[in-house]
Write a protein that binds this ligand. Structure first.
Ligand SMILES: Nc1ncnc2c1ncn2[C@@H]1O[C@H](COP(=O)(O)OP(=O)(O)O)[C@@H](O)[C@H]1O
Ligand SMILES: [Mg+2]
Length: 339
């Protein structure tokens, strides 16, 4: 499905570098998520004072909310190295063994997309998380022998966009589960202002607010939109981004008044118009707009749910009055009385 790749979570090379530059390096620079920050800071300080490893931490939430940044900040707080891998990157237990045996005392192992781990690899991770050992098989067939490999104490930091897909034994082994929320306008505004400062972009208070308001509650999107709006400013030789310029640029980028992008609108349009407000099942919706179910559940729906544009019911998704209103379609409550 054609969606402007620069404003979603799909990675774009040039924006990747920018994103790296803009990554907050410590908790002070990390805006929002205050309760989580406080808990992690206490945990980290206590662990450091005891000379122990930090408890395993699970960071869950939609793409672009700061999970990777937070993992790096934790390593910084603990003053230890961080080793980075992802669920799908570890195909067999040997891959995991290789990574685990490279860890030093109290170091961090960051596993991104940990809900997408192969089951056998995942089962091998349990004893490592719980008792710091790894069962390794030596030899083959009848001569195969299992050997216990002792590991140093370490911290697993897992990140997932779908905590619901994590197995219960896996989830239970994390000492702290942090669920990152979408950011409010004020927080996004300070992120836009911080990014503009770092990138040397002139922006007014209103300009920053306009971008913040239309960033889908997501810092990564706020930064991407700031970059795109800056492009318009550069081309038009405008030195200061104000609300008018931001609005004009965002309209051209097909980011609407509510901050919804092309795919959000495609989804809402299908649910409201094609399916009369629902209820419609995920499979039906996905095939009707030609988008992956995964993307819909991971990226599209969480924000629409949180903003009250859709609801999930046992019979399927339904559109709320706000969704009808947003599309300029008269709301007929009877459509939803099937509930
Ligand atoms: N709380 C925050 N404060 C400031 N910038 C943030 C924050 N969270 C995310 N960002 C910005 O968004 C970008 C994406 O964040 P990232 O940690 O990669 O998200 P995730 O891993 O959850 O997809 C970061 O590079 C950073 O620029
Ligand atoms: Mg990440």
């Amino acid at each position: 499905m054609s969606r402007d790749p620069t404003i979603e979570s799909t990675r774009v090379d040039e924006d990747d570098d920018v994103e790296e530059n803009l990554r907050p390096r410590n908790f002070d620079a990390f805006v929002g998520q205050n309760a989580i920050k406080e808990n992690l800071q206490v945990m980290a300080e206590s662990a450091r004072k005891r000379g122990a490893s930090l408890d395993h931490v699970l960071l869950s939430g939609p793409p672009g909310l700061g999970k990777t940044s937070m993992a790096h900040i934790l390593a910084e707080e603990m003053q230890v190295d961080i080793h980075v891998t992802s669920g799908p990157a570890m195909e067999k237990p040997g891959d995991l063994a290789g990574i685990l045996t490279s860890l030093g005392d109290n170091e961090l192992l960051f596993i991104d997309e940990c809900h997408r781990m192969n089951t056998v690899v995942e089962e091998n991770l349990y004893p490592a998380m719980e008792d710091y050992y790894f069962d390794i098989m030596i030899g083959e067939g009848a001569h195969a022998q299992s050997m216990k490999l002792t590991l140093p104490p370490f911290t697993l930091v897992g990140a997932t966009t779908r905590s619901g897909l994590l197995s219960a034994p896996m989830r239970d082994r994390f000492g702290y589960v942090a669920r990152l929320d979408y950011y409010d306008e004020q927080q996004l505004k300070s992120i836009v202002e911080r990014s503009a400062r770092i990138l040397g972009i002139g922006i007014t208070d209103d300009g920053a607010h306009e971008i913040a308001r239309r960033s889908r509650g997501t810092p990564r999107i706020a930064n991407r939109l700031l970059n795109r709006v800056r492009d318009y400013a550069v081309v038009d030789e405008i030195e200061l981004i104000d609300a008018d310029l931001a609005d004009h640029a965002l309209e051209r980028l097909e980011v609407d008044e509510a901050g919804f992008d092309y795919l959000d609108r495609l989804y809402l349009d299908a649910l409201v118009v094609k399916f009369d407000g629902g209820p419609a099942g995920l499979d039906t919706l996905a095939s009707s707009i030609g988008e992956e179910k995964n993307t819909i559940e991971e990226v599209v729906e969480p924000y629409l749910l949180q903003e009250g544009f859709i609801q999930r019911t046992p019979r399927g998704r339904i559109a709320t009055a706000s969704a009808f209103q947003h599309l300029g379609v008269p709301f007929k409550p009877s459509q939803n009385s099937l509930l």
